[in-house]
Design a protein around this ligand. Structure first.
Ligand code: BGC
Length: 498
């Protein structure tokens, strides 16, 4: 063991929480040459495993583009390319009060949205945390919980003041249900499969809109389920409402997915419905499923294979498992565990805390990457506070470099997905704006920058024509706008489809 000096101090997390830290603070010089060399050697190995060359990226884009086409041409493909029955862009003149319910990967959110037209809106919202048990409990119970939260929200926002709901006012509701659902109409959705760790039984294969309507009836709520939407579709519409250059929307959060607006004649699988040929419809790609089961195109490491095998849905969501916030921390942790087993890290310390699956939050990766101190105090804080582990400077530098590799790979793969849609829709010449949302996009330093670098690696300089921007709130505002668009279509006699 190298000679070490013990130190202590504190570090402040972005949440404001202060962590007391205790550390083995060797100087680099204190480490035997062999140790330093080993960390550097290991880093080289992981660099080659996690780095994506521009050439490899272009191959992925090519395969991805083919999968998008296939999903549009036939039903039940790996990337399902789901028609959403959201026809065309909002006019910007949508107005009125709408309720929006968003069942996300982590929270349930209820919003009252007042659309004021011309890209303006007001929103009142409440969030309810979902427990792990609820995600695995019976599906109908989950929807009952949604209805119960909606009831509490309606009760506490009813009154005669400005911005309040009037007693028994019947309100249209947009339900953002961000899991892959096949839709035959806008207020219908058959759950193909749960993603993001959800597993509620008695739900897959069933119409979740119908299940939710049953819960609304049970609680006798004065709402009408107008539209069932995916968060990406909501984001597409909300971003376009405020920024009409938006052509694609992407979510980089607990899960990962994209939506864009397609010409109806280019969706061969719905040709038999005879929808007007000049119509456009939003497509929920469900691109998280790209390369599922076959694992032919994506650069999977053995850590990715472990994440997949030990998940509640082995084989599924292959692309999402390399990118989304739910998995990045776990990929990092599996590398750390390998190095513990090899006797490289944390010698002589009890590592049981870090050996627990999914204990390493993806937020830690972004904190480690943005640690501004020479000593890497934030990294010291994370390891001492959460895992009772002391670290050397060489280890901390390795952790930071590893976080960067995992985060960078995720961003570059995301660029491949965006590039495939850009390719397919011929958006490169004129350029386009991509509305992006989700914790990874919003909170991971340099994620957006790395996506942009990736686009340039794929397309050369013209890749600069495609720019991501922080999107408008799709599950709240987007859902309200879609409910408004649907109401208008109904009033014009255009429901359910054409
Ligand atoms: C779901 C998508 C969703 C994405 C982002 C994925 O796991 O399958 O429907 O859009 O997560 O929330």
């Amino acid at each position: 063991m190298p000679a070490s000096r013990r130190g202590s101090g504190s570090v402040i997390l972005p949440s404001g929480q202060t962590l007391a830290i205790h550390t083995r603070t060797h100087d680099e010089e204190d480490l035997p040459h062999a140790t330093k060399k080993t960390m550097a050697d290991h880093l080289r190995k992981y660099e080659s495993l996690f780095t994506l060359t521009p050439q490899r990226m272009r191959m992925i884009v090519e395969a991805f583009t083919e999968c998008l086409e296939l999903g549009l041409s036939k039903p039940n493909q790996i990337v399902p390319m789901i028609p959403t029955w959201v026809f065309g862009w909002p006019t910007g003149k949508e107005t009125g009060d709408y309720l929006a319910l968003d069942l996300g990967g982590t929270n349930l959110r209820v919003c009252l949205v007042t659309l004021q037209g011309e890209g303006k809106f007001e929103i009142t919202q409440t969030k309810y945390r979902l427990s792990e048990e609820q995600k695995q409990d019976d599906g109908q119970k989950l929807f009952d919980f949604c209805a119960e939260c909606l009831q509490t929200f309606i009760e506490s926002n009813t009154g005669d003041g400005p911005g309040q709901l009037r007693p028994n006012q019947l309100l249209p509701l947009g339900f953002t249900f961000s899991y892959p659902c096949t839709q035959e109409r806008i207020d219908h959705g058959e759950l193909i499969r749960w993603t993001k760790g959800f597993g509620a039984p008695n739900t897959e294969g069933r119409d979740v809109a119908d299940m939710f309507k049953k819960s609304l009836e049970k609680y006798q709520l004065p709402v009408e389920l107008t539209a069932l939407i995916n968060d990406t579709t909501g984001t597409l519409i909300a971003s376009h409402y405020v920024s009409p250059r938006t052509k694609i929307a992407v979510i980089f959060g607990t899960g990962c997915n994209a939506a864009y607006m397609e010409r109806v004649p280019d969706i061969p699988k719905i040709a038999h419905l005879g929808i007007a040929s000049d119509a456009e419809m939003a497509i929920n790609c469900e691109w998280g499923a790209f390369d599922s089961f076959e694992h032919e195109h994506l650069p999977r490491t053995k850590y990715d294979a472990i994440v997949d095998d030990t998940s509640n849905k082995p084989g599924e969501q292959a692309f999402e498992k390399l990118i989304s916030g739910r998995y990045l921390g776990e990929i990092f942790r599996l590398v750390i565990c390998e190095l513990i087993d090899e006797g490289v890290l944390f010698l002589g310390q009890n590592t049981y805390k870090v050996e627990k699956p999914y204990c390493f939050d993806t937020a830690f990766l972004s904190l480690m990457e943005s640690d501004p101190t020479d000593e890497l105090l934030m990294i010291i804080g994370i390891f001492t506070h959460f895992f009772a582990l002391e670290t050397t400077l060489a280890e901390r530098q390795f952790f930071r470099a590893l976080a960067k590799l995992v985060g960078r790979r995720a961003a570059r793969l995301s660029a491949c997905g965006i590039a495939a849609i850009v390719n397919k829709m011929g958006l490169l010449e004129d350029g386009c704006s991509v509305g992006a949302d989700g914790s990874l996009y919003n909170k991971y330093p340099s994620f957006a920058e790395r996506v942009h670098e990736g686009l340039v690696d794929i397309f050369g300089d013209r890749g600069r024509n495609v720019v991501t921007h922080h999107a408008e709130d799709g599950s709240g505002v987007g859902s309200a706008i879609i409910a408004a668009m649907t109401k208008a279509r109904r009033e014009a006699g255009l429901y359910p489809n054409v």
